[in-house]
Design a protein around this ligand. Structure first.
Ligand SMILES: Nc1ncnc2c1ncn2[C@@H]1O[C@H](COP(=O)(O)OP(=O)(O)OP(=O)(O)O)[C@@H](O)[C@H]1O
Length: 270
């Protein structure tokens, strides 16, 4: 369980990125922070592994203040997946995945064996392990990023826009894969996105953020959809959805409406 207790963050230049934010992330659940750019999502995520120290309040993991933990140990015990994968380009895929277990004292041979299993677990052919990250597609790199984050078998996974840089179809695949993985592994996941559809798909609970790291609404996807707290949330859900749902494609001079998966659903003009 992760508890954010009245945390605030004012950066040195005076930016109030987060103000008085309190949320509990229950064990083995996925909580998604969703909000537009600059709403403090990344700042909050990084408070969990002490890459950012709050200026007020505290973050607890299973009741223990993260401030009392050694930052290096803490970071190795938490999986972290970034938008750009954060893989080391000059090390093979297998060695990227095996890095933290080796640092933690596991033998290289064992860590590599585990890494091959992890690649399979995230839906990759273990033969790709011999390649270097730039030799993989964006979607494959993100899967490696997930495998690497899982390598030390952490209880907690922090995911910062992990699927933000891949095309919509691969993004759907990765989302489905994460749902499958989570049903097998039951990690405590904090997931950051600005995509409300992704938030509703993946989150057991969703925290809609507004500027300054303030909570606009928190609840299950069904609760938020059924009862948006105010016009801000209504617009955030509505505007984003309308944009996404009304995708059109021009084919041979005709406007074709396509659904979220890119399937044609009708002709708008002929
Ligand atoms: N190191 C820093 N120094 C000063 N201001 C910062 C720093 N890091 C972030 N900020 C500011 O804090 C606010 C919140 O940033 P943060 O990255 O947490 O938001 P976000 O919701 O994750 O945005 P995005 O979706 O664009 O990543 C922004 O106004 C940002 O410019």
């Amino acid at each position: 369980m992760i508890e954010f207790e009245h945390v605030s963050k004012a950066y040195a230049d005076g930016t109030e990125a987060v103000s008085d934010f309190s949320v509990t992330v229950p064990s083995r659940k996925t909580v998604v922070f969703v909000g537009s750019s600059g709403s403090g999502k990344t700042t909050l995520l990084r408070m969990v592994n002490r890459m950012v120290e709050p200026t007020a309040g505290r973050v607890l993991i299973d009741g223990e203040n993260v401030r009392d933990r050694d930052p290096v140990q803490l970071r190795r015990s938490i999986g972290y997946v970034l938008q750009q994968g954060g893989l080391l380009p000059h090390r093979t895929v297998i060695d990227n995945v095996a890095t933290v277990p080796v640092l933690e004292g596991r033998s290289r041979a064992e860590a590599r064996k585990d890494a091959r299993e992890l690649l399979e677990r995230v839906g990759l052919d273990p033969a790709l392990g011999k390649r270097y990250p730039p030799q993989l597609s964006g979607g494959q790199q993100q899967r490696v990023g997930v495998a690497r984050a899982l390598a030390a078998d952490p209880n907690i996974l922090l995911m910062d826009e992990p699927f933000g840089a891949v095309d919509p179809i691969v993004r759907r695949e990765l989302q489905r894969e994460l749902i499958r993985l989570q049903s097998e592994l039951g990690k405590t996941i904090v997931f950051v996105t600005h995509d409300i559809d992704e938030a509703f798909l993946l989150g057991d609970e969703v925290v809609v953020m507004r500027e300054g790291g303030r909570i606009a609404q928190r609840g299950t996807p069904a609760e938020i959809m059924a009862n948006p707290a105010d016009s801000f949330v209504r617009e955030f859900i509505g505007a984003d959805r309308a944009e996404r749902r009304l995708n059109t494609l021009e084919v041979d001079g005709r406007q074709i409406a396509v659904d979220e998966d890119g399937r044609a659903v009708g002709v708008l003009n002929s």
